[in-house]
Design a protein around this ligand. Structure first.
Ligand SMILES: Nc1ncnc2c1ncn2[C@@H]1O[C@H](COP(=O)(O)OP(=O)(O)OP(=O)(O)O)[C@@H](O)[C@H]1O
Ligand SMILES: CC(=O)N[C@H]1[C@@H]2OC[C@@H](O2)[C@@H](O)[C@@H]1O[C@H](C)C(=O)O
Length: 366
């Protein structure tokens, strides 16, 4: 086990929107953040993305050699560019997520990565949590707690990640540790960019609605929005988490609409799902800090701002990097795992007892 003390750790995240690999360095002891370091991004090519897309929904035992090779090559390429980072946190690529069924499935082999980088790698962050009855997601909340302390927050606030899927973390920074009762409540709010990206690709051959340009020209259609909000998921109490394609049917709800109205309505659904999620927060947060690609979409941000009672701002408002927060989170979690500290609790994933989720693989001879 790693001794207490600060170190530079390198984290890598390949998220559900399948855009690419984010990598970031942070200096941490697994509790506090001391400094942020370099970051890098390696986009997937269209051909690579198509391979990953075709592998979604697959489980161990299926032939995934091609997808595995894409994930490993992209990670090795981007991580080899960092000379700092004594420990690596490697999330891998989620292909399927069924916490109450077959479990959760991330591809990418941390032992192979450890040899390629000649550094210890922590990986398979979600399985241990699921084995103890948790959802295996979201896992960024322990890092959100550290961020809240880092920015000097003194009242409950929320972090909202708008990736392929949306997830929210309500944080009480007055608690001493993230594992303390009442410090965190987190869950996936609903779909975020994934259905928008899928619709843009299907109808226009474009990967996403850049800057909300198409949504801006359309109107939210109430009938479709109401049908969407009838989904029992929104009423269900946390813990809860979602597969990327759990709401793939929502594209059907907008199937008859013009491109602009369809995208505007899918964008409105993201904000409406977050608003429904707020009902589950223990107290209204003082502010909502938004991370992930959705914060670059002004239509999505305006809809959120109009729906919520608190200020909604990108995390850059407090000096954080919203494109790299998840990569930093897995660097931070790697240090926690290496030190034997918990990475999830009942309030974040519903796990029966606090668990330190992840495997540590060392290169031969270390
Ligand atoms: N300028 C922009 N305008 C509109 N949408 C954007 C913009 N930039 C990014 N996005 C959206 O954000 C997505 C990428 O978000 P992000 O990188 O946070 O996702 P992820 O990390 O893959 O997902 P997850 O957090 O669910 O694992 C893009 O696919 C796109 O839909
Ligand atoms: C199973 C899985 O990969 N879930 C992702 C996904 O993307 C957003 C949301 O759904 C969240 O639950 C999680 O990612 C972030 C990094 C998390 O675990 O906190």
């Amino acid at each position: 086990m790693l001794k207490a003390g600060r170190l530079w750790a390198l984290g890598a995240m390949s998220g559900t929107s399948l855009d690419g690999v984010d990598a970031a360095l942070i200096e941490t002891d697994g509790q506090d953040i001391f400094a942020f370091g370099d970051t890098a991004y390696r986009a997937y090519s269209d051909a690579e993305r198509a391979v990953l897309k075709a592998a979604l929904g697959r489980w161990p035992g299926d032939d995934l050699a091609e997808a595995e090779a894409v994930v490993m090559a992209a990670h090795i390429e981007v991580l080899q560019g960092f000379d700092r980072g004594a420990l690596v946190g490697f999330h891998g690529q989620t292909l399927a997520h069924e916490p109450r069924g077959r479990g959760t499935h991330q591809i990418g082999d941390g032992a192979v990565l450890a040899e390629a980088l000649n550094r210890p790698v922590v990986w398979d962050f979600r399985s241990a949590d699921i084995e103890l009855g948790g959802q295996g997601a979201p896992l960024a909340p322990f890092y959100h707690f550290a961020c809240a302390r880092h920015i000097g927050a003194d009242a409950p606030l929320a972090f909202l990640n708008l990736g392929g899927v949306g997830n929210i973390t309500w944080v009480d920074p007055r608690c001493a540790r993230p594992e303390d009762e009442g410090a965190l409540l987190a869950f996936d709010t609903g779909p975020a960019n994934a259905p928008i990206n899928d619709l843009m690709m299907a109808r226009r051959g474009e990967p996403y609605d850049r800057d909300g340009r198409l949504a801006k020209r359309g109107n939210v259609v109430d009938g479709a929005l109401e049908l969407f909000l009838d989904e029992p998921y929104f009423m269900a109490m946390p813990p809860k988490s979602l597969d990327r394609d759990a709401f793939a049917d929502m594209i059907g709800l907008v199937g008859e609409l013009s491109d602009a109205d369809a995208v505007a309505t899918l964008t409105g659904m993201v904000a409406a799902a977050v608003l429904r999620g707020m009902e589950h927060c223990p107290t209204p947060p003082e502010r909502m800090l938004v991370t992930g690609g959705g914060r670059h979409n002004p239509v999505m941000m305006d809809m959120l701002g109009a729906a919520l009672d608190c200020p909604v701002e990108p995390v850059e408002a407090v000096g954080l990097d919203g494109d790299m927060l998840e990569a930093q989170a897995f660097a931070f979690l790697a240090v926690r795992v290496a030190r034997g500290l918990p990475t999830s609790v009942r309030g974040t994933t519903g796990v029966r007892a606090a668990v330190s989720g992840g495997i540590l693989s060392r290169p031969e001879g270390q």
